[in-house]
Design a protein around this ligand. Sequence first.
Ligand code: NG1
Ligand code: ZN
Length: 540
Amino acid sequence: MAVHSIEQAVASSSRAYVLPPGFRPSYGTAGFRAVADLLHSTMFRCGILMAARALKTQQVTGICITASHNPAPDNGVKLVEPSGEMLCQDWESYANDLATAQTDAELAKRVMALLAAEGIPATGPALVMVAHDTRPSGPELAAAFADGVRCLGAQVQMCGLLTTPQLHWMVMSRNLGAPWAESDYYSALAGAYQRLVAGTQPLGQPLYMDCANGVAAPKMAALATALAAAGAPLALHLLNTGEGVLNGGCGSDFLQKDRQLPSNFQGVPPGARCCAVDGDSDRLMYFTPLQEAGGRALLFDGDRIACLSAMLLKDLISQLPPAAQDVSVGIIQTAYANGAASRYIRDNLGCSVEVTPTGVKYLHEAAHHFDVGVYFEANGHGTVLFSKTLLARLEQLKEESRAAFELLALAVVINQAVGDALSGILLVEAALRRKGWGLDQWAALYTDLPSRQLKVTVADRAAIVTTDAETRVSQPAGLQAAIDAAVAAVPNGRSFVRPSGTEDVVRVYAEAETQDAADGLAATVARLVHARAGGVGPAP
Ligand code: NG1
Ligand code: ZN
């Protein structure tokens, strides 16, 4: 397409997608998120952006339209690089530039500036894949996105309903020249799981899965069919499959924040193996109903999944031929990792630990520092990344070494593009089966320190600036000293605050020896934030 016709196409198509007055989208922890009604212009503009990214890289890019664990009326974007990872951070500023242009003409100018700055040819084949979660606003927003893609003369493939990690996997596989259809995803995962559990005993009890009333329900059912066909059936009870509200009283986020059993789990027997995912199925928590009254759950969060994964990896690596055992395994966490988990990893697993700011884009990047990088946020968002060099070494060893063959299977079971709850379930199930472990043994690795998370609403959350992987506040002045004093008054206390990248709030985290002390410390710190960082409404 000629340069002037692109400018015209953008300016004229943009008239149908007006930026709502006063709406100032900002690319956050995982992309743009807001109430769905506000997002049509953002979607259209992201379509232009991802078409430009496809033209620049000469590869397929993608978008998943989802607001993940947020409430059903929200929506958002997760933008997919050709590698299957999240949009490269260098391009986030372009995303903000386009999303915030105030007029059609300004948008067209900013698009032309992007194309010029990146040396992107005005014509060329380019393809963008689009998927959405079960939110009712998904198809309409996907159409707005597609209009943006077409402005640059690129093609759109509408993939309909998919989990976020499925779309990432499909983009990655397609660019690698590998089978990439949704059905290939199921058969790849199922076949690799079968290789990993061959010769081990099934766990004996079914897995009860909370699908958060979202996309995981039909997709897990399809995966279960593929597992049965591969000769490694998984006994499953799917609950919250769409009859209720998306993420409403259920799902991994509800479980993590409230530690209460999700809706419809009241009849599940105490001790049963249960798991929960979020609205777009990229977070995973295991849990079990506790015996005591009150419907409480014992959680097996992302930290504990990371420990189990690292144990499985270490076991397999120790079975490689001695000359091949020099494999670096790193665990990447954020400040939200429970202190007991970090101590367990340091003292018992002998893995390196790196701490990054919140957001899987940071963890994912750090995971590349190792032959195998295990990263999970405490909320269950994460995966295990294998370096290309290690995969090549394992390929050469797989005929002579069963462990190499199984490590390769593990690298297929675990989504190499992004954190994936469905593939995470297969990882956990395989690890437990191979150890012959029930939840009791997994729980016995360590005992979580009691913790509490709170949210504080402030006039401008950007007023809080953090350093040291978000563990300390540099602005407003004096807030960190006040937090330090509050922490010092609590035995084994730890607390930090940071502005959320997905909600208009400041998050407060506190940890201590007892639940009362953690609750008290979180409340004190929340009051400090409210008082010193422009709290809105009554003090917490
Ligand atoms: P924010 O809202 O920036 O805290 C939340 C999660 C992140 C990540 C993103 C994306 C916590 C404390 N924060 O980010 O870990 O998962 O959502 O979904 O869990
Ligand atoms: Zn999610």
